[in-house]
Ligand binder design. Sequence first.
Ligand SMILES: C[S@@+](CC[C@H](N)C(=O)[O-])C[C@H]1O[C@@H](n2cnc3c(N)ncnc32)[C@H](O)[C@@H]1O
Length: 486
Amino acid sequence: MQLQVLKKDELNSLKDLISGFTGFTFNASREYSLIQAMSSFSKEHNCSTPHQFERLLRSNDELMRRFTECLLVHETYFFREKESLEQLITLLQRNRLAEGTCDQPALIWSAGCSTGEEPYSLALLLLDSSFKSNFTIVASDISQQALNQASLAQYSEWSMRSLSAEKRAKYFEKGLKTYRLKDETARQRVTFVNANLTEENQLSSEWSALDAIICRNVLIYFEQNVIAKVAQTFFNQLKPGGILLTGASDPPLVGYTNFEVEYTKTGIVYRKPAERTFASGARKSQSAPAASSRKSLSKPIAASRKSASARASQAHLHVVKETEKNTTIVEKATKLYTAGHWSEVVSLLAPQPATSRSLLIRSLLNLGRIEEATLLAEAACKTESLDATNHLLLALVLMSQQRQKDAAAIIKKAIFLDRNYIVGHFLLGISSFCARDREQAAKSMKNAQSLLKALPHDATIPLAEDDTRDQFAANVQRYLSIIEQQ
Ligand SMILES: C[S@@+](CC[C@H](N)C(=O)[O-])C[C@H]1O[C@@H](n2cnc3c(N)ncnc32)[C@H](O)[C@@H]1O
């Protein structure tokens, strides 16, 4: 079949069929692979029209399976994002100590394990830890081809690319062109299962109440509704207190289920709330909002809210200092933010929110994803309660919800932590003004003014990276005039 005869509606119909089976979303390169695969399969099966091919695909499970194999990306390697695997082991150890279950085997699911490098890497790290061999890993993938290769445990140079010669010698037996995993215990501790993440009850009941799930670099290929469904499956499969680890490039799951978010030095992990606390209202407020509440958050804040506080926070959010360490990511995120690509900022920063909480929270606010912004800001205030900037960010979230009095109280906390926090005084002025406390508003703006006066004209404001003293002072004066005219 010639590629050019494929009409848009025929392509869309085929994409829908494949999405329904695999959960995939189609970007340009995946669409291209789909067209290529269709062309060659059509020839092989003598189909003269796209419609005929689709009908055949729908009626033949084996063909469907073979066809989707061509679209899967199996890219993986040993000890990929090793630090996050080590972090997972530390969290598991901590759980076991807290629960007094150190003698019980840990049950872990590696979902979308490809050719096995991920579960074997985890197994090798666990064997070298205090777990020894006291664990079992179930590793699943939709691709039987990949699983067959995983069972062989023979790998090419490509899979070994992050391993030193010493580690290669320790864990592998070198053949002519391949490396064979020689650690028999690691191999025995991993069971491979063919399972499609989009289907219900993929794993048998022996694989429930899991201690942890790792699903890295898989969700990135899925449609939003499939991500939500898979997140719920993971939630159900974990035991209370169980941990879900996703990859650094995977979409954030905040907003899909009741997972609690834990910020570790290697990025976000998700935790199913412990039974006790999950039932309690107090802890629930720290967990991610349920998927059903997402609909109400879809309208961008810039379009939906035009109050003075929202305008003020939009206009002046950029003065909040970033506490980032990773300048490259921050530079990229700043450019995206300035260009108004807030969703991309969220995708970039959500796996490592500490890189720039300010950019992440501001983007979520601008996208109208207020509950997620609240969650992040609240968690930051909790984990780093002495950092004035975190309180300020939470105040901004509250201001965007018109909770001016609450915001003012939080900003006062930030100012208590840092009396010279010029931006804090300025925002306290705005929130007080919106809460109709004109006196406090004027006082706060004047406080900001007097702190500004102590600085040289061209100085950049502490906690305000872009504005010079004069630029910022002009803003403060503008708001003060408005307040005094009321
Ligand atoms: C890029 S690999 C990731 C491998 C490994 N987790 C890692 O991070 O190195 C993605 C894997 O997800 C699998 N996959 C894609 N869609 C799936 C689905 N619906 N159910 C189960 N596995 C799926 C693919 O077959 C592929 O092996």
